[in-house]
Structure formats: C-alpha cells, structure tokens
Design a protein. Structure first.
Length: 112
C-alpha cells in the first residue's frame, strides 16, 4: 500500500478515513439495532479499512492520530447534522472548535 507524506495528500486520506470510520460505526449501529450480524460484520470491515487507510500517512503516530482526531470530530458532527438530521447543540459546535484548534496546533506547531 502506498504511503503518503505530502500534507495535502494526508488531509485527503484523513477525510477518507473519517468517512470510513463514521460510516462503519453507523453501519455497526444499524446492525446492532436490527440484530443483523452480516450488517455488523460489514461495518467491521469498513472500520478495518479506515485503520489501514489512515496509517498510510507517514507521520509520527502521535501527530498522525492527533491531527486525524480533529478531522474525525469534524466529519462526525457534520454527518450527524446533515446526514442523520440531528440537531447539534451550540456546546457541541464549541467543543468541536476546540478540538479542531488542537489539531491545527499539532499539525502546524510541528517543526518541519
């Protein structure tokens, strides 16, 4: 599997990984609520694919997951709001802003 160390490519990998992780979790959740083992396993495969994809980025593990968590949090809240139609409270948006700010500090505070 190809490894990425370019910043732009890494961000694309993070978004793809977050979509796989959020989607995999949603599929597992649906399978659990419907007691469908096949759907649960499909979600598990999606989650495994997220783990494989996110680790194609050639960064130190702490930086990799520190920045990824910010992308994952953003995708999670946006999916909750726009895909699942949830009402997202202001406190969640505020918390998300803090998480994203932390991810930016990890990314851009890193000595290149």
């Amino acid at each position: 599997m190809e490894k990425f160390d370019l910043p732009f490519a890494a961000w694309l990998v993070f978004v793809g990984s977050a979509l796989l992780e959020v989607g995999g979790d949603a599929v597992v959740r649906r399978g659990l609520r419907g007691a469908n083992v096949v759907i649960i396993l499909a979600g598990g495969v999606m989650l495994a694919c997220y783990g494989l994809l996110v680790n194609t980025v050639r960064w130190d593990f702490s930086r990799l997951l520190g920045v990824y968590v910010a992308v994952f949090a953003l995708v999670s809240v946006l999916c909750g709001r726009f895909v699942f139609g949830e009402s997202v409270p202001n406190s969640t948006w505020a918390g998300l802003a803090i998480i994203v700010a932390g991810g930016l500090v990890i990314q851009f505070g890193h000595a290149h």
